[in-house]
Design a protein around this ligand. Structure first.
Ligand SMILES: NC(=O)CC[C@H](N)C(=O)O
Length: 238
């Protein structure tokens, strides 16, 4: 009798130590996909070992790093992202950066994995948090803007992939004209905003990793979650 290939479930972990992990869980559960997605809230090494991909949520990068260190997850996560897809949102994006400015006094630990430098709290403090419509490449119905929620978000300062790294694909840049008046994009050395400046980048992809400096999980729009699962996770597994 002919055997039919059995489709495996795909297991996506969400680092659930602090921050907006429950919101990611709700979004991922709502996706309608051909393959069954199992969601694991990751708090231990045993949880992590079940996962094919990970989401690192927004929250407070210093606290998440500290709790990950205490849970014995920092090194295993660094190993994980060498081979498996990871998506970082806001604080998660900070953790995935290769280096940061504005780190907590005394330094803070990162996971690395994406060849960017970010400035922590680069858009200002809580009161300077803002929302803006974003044009995003590659999303379903990509001509419909995505509502970007920026809460003490990091700013991308530079991209620095080495020749052996996967190239970086910019998925979205914020348009200076759509920013609230409290926000301006000023290059460090110039008064004029150069649209090619890394500071306008708010979403990017490197290989199967995804980085967003804002919070797609705080909207009702599942298109980023759909993009991560379909394009970064399922395509790399099949
Ligand atoms: N909304 C967020 O995730 C904020 C990130 C926070 N500024 C940090 O440093 O971790």
């Amino acid at each position: 009798m002919q055997q039919t290939a059995v489709r495996q479930d795909v297991t996506i972990g969400i680092l659930a130590l602090q921050g907006a992990f429950a919101e990611h869980q709700v979004m991922l559960q709502k996706l309608s996909l051909k393959r069954r997605v199992v969601i694991v809230l990751v708090r231990t090494l045993e949880d992590l070992q079940k996962c094919d991909a990970m989401v690192i949520p927004g929250g407070e990068s210093t606290t998440i790093a500290l709790l990950a260190r205490l849970a014995g997850l920092l090194e295993p996560l660094r190993e994980f992202l060498k081979t498996k897809p990871v998506w970082g949102t806001c604080a998660g994006a900070i953790l995935l950066a290769q280096s940061i400015e504005g780190a907590k006094k005394g330094g803070q630990e990162l996971l690395g994995g994406i060849s960017v430098t970010v400035e922590r709290n680069g858009w200002g403090s809580q009161v300077e948090s803002f929302e803006a419509p974003l044009e995003v490449e590659g999303l379903r119905e990509s001509n419909r803007p995505f509502h970007g929620v920026f809460i003490r978000a990091p700013v991308i300062l530079s991209l620095s992939p080495s020749p052996s790294d996967p190239p970086i694909q910019v998925l979205s840049r914020i348009s200076a004209s759509l920013l609230p008046s409290s926000q301006t994009i000023v290059s460090p050395d110039e008064d004029d905003t150069d649209p090619r400046d890394a500071r306008t980048i708010v979403a990017l992809r490197q290989g199967h990793h995804l980085l967003t400096t804002f919070h797609p999980e705080l909207t009702k729009d599942d298109r980023f979650h759909d993009y991560f699962v379909r394009e970064c996770v399922l395509l790399t597994l099949s």
